[in-house]
Design a protein around this ligand. Structure first.
Ligand SMILES: Cc1ncc(COP(=O)(O)O)c(C=O)c1O
Length: 378
């Protein structure tokens, strides 16, 4: 009954782990779920208030497919001023979540047999989106060591069309250095590749600075920035993401959007506009809280002798399981013996088999309890 293309992809590993957690919780078990990348904070009140006003003003219908003009203009302004990338409203498409923007991009630019270079490990959706569109992945390892021009070159072929980067990174927690990004840019220009730069965690940084690869000379013409409101403003359920793309690519994505979802939710677009135009104190407060949790996790894991790549951004600890079995064995042990849910690293690519990902988008209380349980287990 199912289409053959479905054989190319697996069920989302992070969502699968969360279902297991829910199942155990329903059975009355005291489960701590560290598998989902969803901020546990409330959406800030002034953003909710903007949605209420939009509702009162009956902004409850389809919007223009690419998004309301005010929001597209505000996004373009943000991209120019904060990211130093040359963009206008015409380059912006507002989508129901960043995920949808990624699907639209793959469907718009990939043909059967096209190859996509991806840094390993990588967030699960990139691989699925590439494969559904008929592309194949070429992995380049990026765990605890920088990416080099030569490693990118070693997987290059006549079919290479795109390179995907995601900094700050899910699941690795790293931030690409400017030097690495410059090598990637040089490589993309030299071989005429499209760059997908997922910058959704750009504000969630611990002492690092975000630089968009699209700001380098010759790059905005070939880079598609993916970003959204889910992480920065704790707005996962509002479903608002966006892409900033060269005009031709944006128009291709728009065609797909017109014939699939039509537009992003109208009320959410007005809420997102307020999020961008208002004070960013709410973001700073959330990041400050993430930093506290990160510091506790890193300290406690190190004290237990578990090595974790020091997260520089996003909200994931990528923990090395050496000495405790591979990723799947360690995940099962945590689940069965401590009722702790994490995601096995191999869900994110080839390099993850000695790692598990622990999301610290969970309360400090849960984190402290979780660290105690892991310590007892070990
Ligand atoms: C790297 C990355 N990009 C995009 C998304 C999805 O964002 P959205 O909720 O806007 O679809 C996630 C969510 O986990 C993510 O980790």
């Amino acid at each position: 009954m199912q289409a053959k293309r479905l054989n190319r992809i697996e069920e989302s590993a992070t969502i699968k782990m969360s279902h297991i957690a829910q199942q155990l919780q329903d059975e009355g078990k005291d489960v701590l779920n560290f598998s989902l990348g969803e901020p546990d904070f409330k959406t800030p009140e002034h953003i909710c208030e903007a949605a209420r006003q939009a509702l009162d003003l009956e902004y409850t219908h389809y919007t223009s497919s690419a998004g309301i003009v005010e929001l597209r203009e505000e996004i373009a302004k943000k991209i120019r001023e904060e990211n130093q990338v040359d963009a206008s409203m015409e380059n912006v498409i507002v989508t129901p979540g960043a995920k949808q923007a990624i699907y639209e991009l793959m469907m718009a630019v990939l043909d059967e047999g096209d190859e996509v270079i991806m840094l390993d490990p990588a967030w699960v959706t990139f691989e699925a989106a590439v494969k559904l569109a008929g592309g194949t992945i070429k992995w380049v390892k990026r765990v605890e060591e920088d990416v080099k021009y030569e490693s990118l070159e070693s997987v290059l072929s006549a079919n290479t069309k795109m390179i995907i980067i995601n900094s700050p990174n899910n699941p690795g927690g790293y931030v690409l250095s400017e030097k690495e990004q410059r090598e990637i840019a040089e490589f993309a220009i030299e071989h005429d590749l499209i760059v997908l730069s997922d910058e959704i965690y750009e504000k969630i940084l611990y002492g690092r600075k975000h630089v968009s690869i699209a700001s380098f000379d010759g790059m905005h013409e070939r880079t598609v920035i993916i970003n959204g409101f889910s992480k920065t403003y704790a707005m996962t359920g509002w479903r608002i993401g966006y892409a900033v793309a060269p005009l031709e690519i944006m128009k291709g994505m728009l065609k797909i959007q017109q014939h699939s979802v039509t537009c992003a939710p109208s009320i959410s677009q007005f809420a997102a506009l307020t999020a961008l135009k208002s004070s960013q104190d709410c973001v700073r407060e959330m990041v400050c809280e993430f930093q506290k949790r990160r510091d506790v996790i890193v300290r406690r894991l190190n004290e237990m002798g578990l090595r974790c790549v020091d997260p520089e951004g996003a909200f994931y600890a990528f923990i090395n399981t050496s000495g405790h079995g591979d990723d799947v064995e360690f995940t099962e042990r945590l689940l069965k013996e401590a009722y702790i849910v994490v995601t096995p690293g191999s869900a994110f690519g080839l390099a993850g088999k000695d790692y598990v990902r622990l999301s610290f988008a969970a309360s400090m209380e849960h984190i402290l309890d979780g660290m105690d349980r892991i310590e007892r287990l070990l």
